[in-house]
Design a protein around this ligand. Structure first.
Ligand code: NAD
Length: 496
């Protein structure tokens, strides 16, 4: 941050190769606080040239000092960064909450967990092993090495900026990669604050670089930069498809964590109160602005009215307000444009015949981009509200007659990020969990993530998995090494 006048929002610089720089031409943009609607900081408006330079810095670091660090030295740096992030978790949570409008309880939980990712992957850094392989060929010794894939281009959304970053940064550092990060232009500041702390931890210059800017400019340039060996993207399915196409033109490795329309399946033998609690956590926590939003409830007709009554009662009690107030349960949406989009979905759903049980508009007495917790019943499985990701506090409820219908409806969207099944019957719980087409299925639970547990989607929810021990392999390239052990010469015209 530069020394800005007290009355003006602080003005940040971005970092590449250890240098804190303005964008080419000194261009900058304002980051808005969604609660007040006012600009609270400015960030450099990076250009494609800024991206190229940052990728160059990441490449130099990869070829330089970083390539000579041992896995244990990398792990020690990661643990030092973990301690710094633990020290500053509250401050980082305030920055995130100010930038994206999500409540401080949610963001403090996220920032407090960042060190867990660094410790988990630091523990794996010296266990990224190759194999010795039995070869069918005589006189050959064969082994594999897991080498760092190279420069990682990471692009993350606004809803959980640092958490989505650490999902990528922790395994990338463990594997020995370097990174250029492009945060969302709606929440650029926490990435820059993270970079200051990476520097403080003592990582060599150029290992972690940040380019702030607009998605269609800096994001597009990063996804398509020929110096990027791996693109790690979290965001919408629409942009993910474009990012994937850009990456494949360079044969860059790719992981895509995309949108969802996750189903909460409530069977007739479920504990209704527990299910209601999990459904509230799934859709109204974070204002529904989470990829994991459990935005569809598929409930057995016998429990339908009881469950809906409880959900409506809970929804009406949710405290909306200042995201920085620890008692607030739901903050505003991230922008006015997003608010209009969310309300548009609700209006069209009612027009298509869904029943509005609560919410559906802007709450009285609050100026930010607030939407009331909204529940729609009698939703048709094929309707827009049941098919499209809303990314807001809007729940669609669908009654079902049996398990077959539940599974069919749950699997009946193009997405497959997460799902849950609520039942007190253990065999049934597993049987349904196995049939749900999603990267994560929760049984009698919802919305938990952990560094040790793979996370990602099937169908249009993405490609690849973050988290879990195997995630580190998303950042390595396997090399096979053959060693001839005999001195005999071979027939040069025959494949060995
Ligand atoms: P988005 O797709 O609009 O933007 C994501 C990132 O891509 C941002 O940094 C943006 O600036 C950048 N971008 C935009 N256009 C680009 C382009 N043409 N080329 C390259 N980059 C570009 O998503 P968002 O609105 O910031 O975030 C919400 C979305 O993210 C939701 O769909 C949500 O489900 C998804 N998400 C998924 C996960 C997951 O793990 N599956 C987690 C969080 C959010």
């Amino acid at each position: 941050m530069t020394g800005a006048a007290a009355s003006r929002p602080p003005s940040y610089r971005m970092v590449r190769g250890g240098e804190w720089v303005a964008a080419a031409g000194e261009a900058s943009f304002e980051s808005l606080n969604p609660y007040t609607g006012a600009a609270w900081a400015t960030a450099p408006d990076g250009s494609a040239m800024d991206v190229t330079e940052a990728v160059g810095c990441a490449r130099s670091a990869l070829d330089g000092e970083w390539s000579r660090t041992t896995p244990r030295e990398r792990a020690a740096l990661m643990r030092r960064l973990a301690d710094i992030l633990a020290r500053d978790a509250q401050e980082l949570a305030r920055i995130e909450s100010t930038d994206n409008g999500k409540v401080i309880r949610e963001m403090a939980g996220q920032t407090a967990s960042l060190p867990d990712w660094l410790h988990y992957f630091a523990g794996l850094a010296d266990k990224i092993t190759g194999e010795t392989l039995p070869s069918g060929k005589p006189n050959h010794f064969v082994y594999t090495r897991e080498e760092p894939v190279g420069v990682v281009g990471a692009i993350v959304p606004w809803n959980s900026p640092l958490l989505m970053t650490i999902f990528k940064l922790a395994p990338a550092l463990a594997a020995g990669c370097t990174m250029v990060l492009k945060p969302s232009d709606q929440t650029p500041i926490s990435a820059l604050e993270l970079a200051r702390r990476v520097e403080e931890a003592g990582f060599p210059a150029g290992v972690f670089n940040v380019v702030t800017g607009l998605g269609p400019v800096t994001g597009r340039a990063l996804a398509g930069d020929p110096g990027v060996a791996k693109v790690a993207f979290t965001g919408s399915t629409r942009v993910g498809v474009e990012v994937g196409q850009a990456a494949i033109r360079n044969m860059a490795r790719l992981s895509l964590e995309l949108g969802g329309k996750s189903a909460q399946v409530v069977l007739e033998d479920a504990d209704v109160e527990a299910a209601a609690n999990g459904i509230v956590a799934g859709i109204f926590a974070a204002g529904g602005q989470t990829c994991l939003a459990g935005s569809r409830v598929i409930v057995h007709e016998r429990l339908h009215d009881d469950l809906v009554d409880r959900l409506v009662r809970r929804a009406r009690e949710i405290r909306l307000g200042d995201p920085l107030d620890p008692v607030t349960e739901m903050g505003p949406l991230v922008s006015e444009q997003h608010l209009e989009r969310v309300l548009g979905f609700v209006q069209r759903a009612v027009g298509e015949g869904a029943t509005l049980l609560c919410g559906g508009g802007r709450p009285d007495g609050l100026d930010g981009f607030f939407v009331e917790p909204t529940i729609l019943a009698a939703v048709e499985g094929g309707s827009e509200i049941a098919q499209e990701e809303i990314f807001g506090p809007v729940l669609a409820v669908m009654p079902i007659k049996d398990e077959e219908e539940a599974v069919r409806l749950a699997n009946g969207t193009r997405y497959g990020l997460a799902a849950s099944v609520w039942t007190s019957h253990v065999q049934r719980a597993h049987a349904v969990a196995h049939r749900l087409r999603a990267g994560t299925v929760y049984i009698n639970s919802y919305r938990i993530v952990d560094p040790g547990v793979p996370f990602g989607g099937v169908k249009m929810s993405g490609i690849g998995r973050e988290n879990g021990a195997r995630a580190v392999r998303e950042y390595t390239e396997t090399k096979a090494v053959w060693l001839e052990m005999s001195a005999e010469s071979r027939d040069p015209f025959k494949l060995g």
